[in-house]
Design a protein around this ligand. Structure first.
Ligand SMILES: Cc1ncc(COP(=O)(O)O)c(C=O)c1O
Length: 371
């Protein structure tokens, strides 16, 4: 049986009748730029994040870049982040004029290690950028306890974590609720995916919200009046309309991902060569990815491929070892937990529409390799 890593067509079939009329409505109105669906989506994503403001933008990358730009980083200003993430997490720091400072991750959750963050703070630290990797929140309360007394901003990368939550002092806190600014990506493969590129920032500080609204529109709240130099990073109205139509399904889709993850983890429990993804007991994971640590990873991946089973390695090279950051002076061995994870991780198909037969085929593929 073929089980692709991702099957967006399977999802399209289930929601076609809801999304196509929404897109058609935009086309018939011809309001392609900042049409009404943009404000609607902004309001709904802000609500879903327990935040006061949503500010649509062109991509998840821009949703990280614009708050970093708002910090007006000077050469030598540092932003602490994880090396075990998608490239944008560090590329945006560089492009905003700052220096990425990479610290190691927790071996269980793959998220940034707050103790390592604390050790890396210097007088030049301006921000901490945790990434809620694979759909599980980083230890936000510990990061805020480090950042807030020092006046350091926390910018959440929730590109993989829409609707993820974490229990803090007995209360659920959403991704996007606690950080200064939070970025989302609606890249098509995300739990809430557009039909192209799209992103969103959320925050609860009125002043930074206003600033971000300007930064995404060439630095001006009023057309042809520019208070500062921004860029064109609007969210497309067609994308916003499609996302508004898909939004009511997200909680159910993420719930199904959680069920699939539980099914896999139960099936892999007896395999000594395989470590299912641990969930921090404080977290509700949304399983954007289901990522195992395994022995002989590359051979397993080749075996799965031969059986028609898709998989992926997120991420094979930690960012501190990328050639473009060689000038920062990190050497192999400096961040061992991230480096080991890069050798051991493999992500399996986890999309909501997977059937039990498909899940069983994936499990048989993995078990067959190690038996
Ligand atoms: C953790 C993380 N950060 C940033 C991004 C960038 O988002 P986009 O591709 O929408 O620019 C992504 C996704 O692609 C991501 O997974």
């Amino acid at each position: 049986m073929n089980v692709p890593l991702l099957d967006l067509v399977a999802q399209y079939r289930t929601i076609k009748d809801e999304v196509l009329p929404a897109l058609l409505g935009v086309i018939e109105s011809q309001q392609f730029i900042m049409g009404p669906a943009v404000a609607q989506l902004e309001g709904e994503i802000a609500r879903l994040s327990h935040a006061r403001h949503g500010i649509g933008c062109a991509s998840g990358t821009d949703a990280q870049l614009l708050p970093l730009k708002a910090l007006e980083l000077k050469p030598g200003d540092e932003v602490i982040t994880t090396p075990f993430t998608f490239f944008a997490s560090a590329g945006t720091i560089h492009n905003a004029g700052g220096t990425p400072v990479f610290v190691d991750i927790e071996p269980g959750t793959f998220n940034i290690d707050p103790a390592a963050v604390e050790r890396a703070i210097t007088p030049r630290t301006r921000a901490i950028m945790p990434v809620h990797l694979y759909g599980q929140m980083a230890a936000m309360e510990r990061l805020l306890a480090i950042a807030e007394p020092r006046g350091i901003k926390v910018i959440e990368d929730a590109c993989q974590a829409i609707g993820a939550r974490r229990s803090v002092d007995g209360e659920w806190r959403l991704a996007g609720e606690l950080g200064w600014v939070t970025g989302y990506s609606f890249f098509p493969s995300k739990n809430l995916g557009a039909w192209g590129d799209a992103g969103m920032m959320v925050c609860s500080d009125d002043r930074i919200a206003e600033r971000l609204r300007k930064l995404r529109l060439h630095g001006g709240a009023k057309q042809y009046h520019h208070d500062e130099v921004g860029t064109n990073s609007r969210i497309d109205t067609l994308q916003a309309a499609g996302l508004v139509a898909k939004l009511p399904h997200v909680a159910d889709w993420s719930g199904r991902r959680r069920q699939h993850a539980a099914y896999y983890s139960k099936a892999f429990a007896g395999l000594s060569a395989v470590t299912p993804p641990p969930v921090d007991p404080a977290n509700e994971h949304i399983f954007h990815q289901y990522t195992l640590r395994v022995e002989r990873r590359d051979a397993l991946q080749a075996h799965l491929k031969a059986q028609g089973i898709g998989s992926a390695v997120y991420y094979p090279i930690p960012l501190h070892l990328q050639p473009c950051f060689a000038h920062l002076g990190y050497k192999t061995g400096r961040l061992p937990v991230s480096e080991q994870a890069a050798h051991e991780v493999i992500s399996l198909p986890i999309y909501p529409e997977l059937t039990t037969a498909q899940l069983d085929a994936v499990i048989a593929g993995v078990r067959g390799f190690y038996s």
